[in-house]
Design a protein around this ligand. Structure first.
Ligand SMILES: Nc1ncnc2c1ncn2[C@@H]1O[C@H](COP(=O)(O)OP(=O)(O)OP(=O)(O)O)[C@@H](O)[C@H]1O
Ligand SMILES: [Mg+2]
Length: 257
């Protein structure tokens, strides 16, 4: 086992009653790497994320961040994590600036640093003109950007992004994707993101893991997955459908079911 991995999942599993939501999932993500979990609705992506950030106890296996077991050394592990949940929870009656100052306090950042970091992140995410408006009056995309800013306040070494571009318009999604790539390349941040949108995984990820009914059915670069699917040169949609067992013969594509 490599404790140097920024993100480590070992034989991770979670049941909800009789439902095996996540099943025997093992994976390591290195510093500076972008890894995408790609899977259909209900595949187990969010459940995996929630176990990684310490919100949902695993039924089996373990998770570690920067060598710290999330469930045995939660403080050390959580200090290293920036998490953007699929449905962000914000204090709607604070302004954007107030909320980020408040969160910086929770992270124990010195006041001056918290204020400087707030200004920097509001500018980076194009929210500077909305800094002193109530979050309640923000659009969906603006709220998503606030969640991203919050996750970055303490300069985490590991970013866990659950459907991070949901609710963002094309330009904002482009900006966020570019930012994520930059954090990984320049700052060595390990990024684990979930998406059911094929082109996001294709564009951003160094490696892609296909999750199907709670199981990680294969992991690799897009080219490696194409090899596995026996379809060299195929696009990710064809690979995905082949490897998740829902493949339609190519000549059948476009024909009514
Ligand atoms: N708190 C819960 N109680 C019971 N079942 C749950 C709970 N959370 C998730 N599940 C079940 O676990 C399975 C995986 O759900 P999960 O939210 O992880 O999927 P997902 O891959 O994130 O899907 P989506 O793309 O729709 O976000 C589903 O069958 C879901 O119904
Ligand atoms: Mg989800």
């Amino acid at each position: 086992m490599n404790e140097q991995a920024a993100i480590l999942l070992e034989h991770l599993g979670r049941d909800f009653g009789a439902t095996r939501a996540v099943d025997d999932l093992s994976l390591q993500v290195a510093p500076g790497e972008i890894f995408a979990f790609l899977g259909a609705n209900g595949a187990g992506k969010t459940t995996t994320m929630r176990m990684l950030v310490g919100l949902l106890p695993p039924t089996r296996g373990r998770v570690a961040i920067g060598g710290h077991d999330v469930w045995k050394e939660p403080r050390q592990a959580k200090r290293a994590i920036g998490y953007v949940p699929d449905t962000p929870i914000l204090h709607e009656l604070l302004t954007a600036r107030e909320f980020l100052w408040f969160m910086a306090d929770l992270y124990n950042l010195p006041r001056a640093e918290g204020q400087a970091r707030t200004a920097e992140l509001l500018a980076m995410l194009g929210l500077q003109d909305a800094a002193d408006r109530l979050i309640r009056d923000f659009s969906l995309g603006m709220k998503r950007k606030m969640a991203i800013a919050t996750a970055l306040l303490h300069r985490p070494e590991v970013l866990l992004l659950d459907e991070v571009t949901n609710g963002l318009d094309a330009r904002a999604a482009r900006e966020v994707k570019d930012l994520v790539a930059r954090w990984a390349r320049e700052d060595g941040v390990a990024v684990l993101l979930t998406t059911h949108i094929l082109h996001i995984a294709e564009e951003l990820a160094d490696r892609i893991g296909l999750i199907h009914k709670g199981r990680l059915i294969c992991v690799g670069t897009k080219e490696e997955l194409a090899q596995l699917a026996g379809r060299p040169g195929a696009n990710l949609e064809e690979i995905f459908l082949t490897l998740t067992g829902d493949a339609v013969p190519l000549e059948m594509e476009g024909e009514p079911a």
